[in-house]
Design a protein around this ligand. Structure first.
Ligand SMILES: [Fe+2]
Length: 413
């Protein structure tokens, strides 16, 4: 029998597990998009929509009655199932259950077998024979080995063995609600109840971590594909975005490693040029010199890009600053906002070096690529003019690494 301390720990663990499961469910609902009722509700006022949503939410919650004389276990079950999905009530005996069932019809009754007074199997049989409770599915809770035949004969729909895994319990309740066949619970675990909660908590944390990694990977792949699509309009390949992302990440690691804690920075590096989508081909792809008006159009791409990406969650943070300010200059002669020195966001100051390095070391329609060493000389010459001197110092520290990346990514082409 667990101590009071263990019960307290279990209650906390149950709450955490229930919150995590709810969080994952909510994330899934958000990922799945809008609900089918969205179109119907569009014409309704905000207040009507809110009350309708509250009504639907209440109606959708599954009622669960817990019948167990073990008060801490009842609390644990309530905490495990309490969420937007379930409406849980609890009583300590079959006699109390009879009273509550006169006016409250649950979808699931979690029924302890060893109850004082009328025992669980007898009460289960009583419920099965009653027309009033035909829609309530009884799940027997027991620490004993009750056979499936015995449970079926008593009219139960499932058996849960104590101690139970909270995730198994939630899954079992879902299967009972969703079907009519008998559901066999997992065999009795040899671990204690606390350990089972701890294990489930660890597995939820692991699942949440890997979901987050998958999401980041999907974001990165999407951003890369979009950046490459934008690149191929005015460059022979989509490798520019890949190279500048690599240069800028290597530079950021030396300038201020903490910048990399914001994932939006990398998306800003990748999507810096997306504003070129808004510039006509005859201007963007013009082989000869540009007129002043055409130059102004080209210079609009950072502001256009920032506007396109303004509402995109994965760019919120330092990423959107890179998109808008990657053509600012340290001396204030850049665009679009003519920011000076440290008023330029650091991510954009770093990216300016990476972007210029790549522009100088790759062939363009109007000029051939510079040698790597000549490009390095030019970046050093622009320290304190076009570029932040600290970023140029960092560039010197990682220049060999960037050169290796340049050769590696040029070979891919
Ligand atoms: Fe640009």
């Amino acid at each position: 029998m667990p101590s009071w301390f263990e019960w307290a720990m279990l209650a906390v663990a149950a709450w955490v597990v229930a919150s995590c499961v709810l969080g994952l469910l909510v994330a899934r609902v958000i990922a799945a998009g809008s609900t089918p009722s969205d179109g119907v509700a569009a014409w309704e006022g905000e207040a009507a929509k809110a009350s309708r949503a509250a009504f639907e939410e209440e109606a959708a919650r599954q009622r669960v009655l817990v019948v167990d004389d073990d008060a801490p276990l009842r609390s644990l079950l309530r905490a495990t199932l309490s969420s937007d999905e379930f409406d849980v009530r609890e009583v300590a005996s079959a006699e109390e259950a009879r009273e509550i069932l006169r006016f409250w019809r649950p979808r699931i009754i979690l029924l302890d077998v060893n109850l004082p007074g009328l025992d669980g199997l007898s009460f289960c049989t009583e419920l099965a024979r009653s027309d009033d409770h035909r829609d309530s599915a009884v799940v027997l809770l027991t620490g004993e080995q009750i056979s499936e035949t015995t449970a079926r004969l008593a009219g139960a729909r499932a058996v849960v063995r104590k101690p139970f895994s909270p995730l198994d319990l939630i899954a079992l309740v879902g299967r009972v609600v969703g079907g009519r066949d008998f559901v066999s619970g997992a065999p009795n675990a040899e671990d204690g109840q606390l350990l089972l909660y701890a294990r489930d908590l660890a597995s939820i944390a692991q699942a949440e971590r890997s979901q987050r990694q998958h999401l980041q990977q999907a974001y990165r792949q999407t951003a890369t594909a979009l950046a490459e699509a934008a690149d191929v309009r005015d460059r022979a390949t989509g490798l520019h975005a890949k190279r500048v992302r690599r240069y800028a990440l290597d530079l950021a690691e030396v300038v201020d490693r903490s910048l990399l804690e914001d994932p939006s920075l990398e998306y800003g590096f990748l999507l810096h040029g997306v504003g070129k989508i808004g510039i006509a081909d005859q201007v963007l792809l013009k082989p000869g010199p540009l007129t002043d008006a055409e130059r102004e159009l080209i210079r609009a791409h950072p502001a256009i890009g920032a506007e396109i990406l303004r509402g995109v969650t994965m760019l919120q943070g330092t990423g959107i600053d890179v998109v808008r300010h990657h053509h600012e200059r340290w001396d204030g002669a850049g665009y679009p906002d003519r920011l000076v020195g440290e008023r330029i966001p650091l991510g954009a100051r770093i990216f300016a070096v990476a972007d210029t390095l790549d522009a100088m070391t790759t062939d363009r329609p109007y000029r051939a690529a510079l040698d790597w060493d000549d490009a390095v000389e030019e970046i050093l010459a622009q320290s304190g003019r076009q570029f932040d001197p600290d970023v140029v110092q960092a560039f010197l520290a990682v220049e060999t690494k960037l050169h290796n990346a340049y050769e590696e990514l040029s070979l891919v082409a």
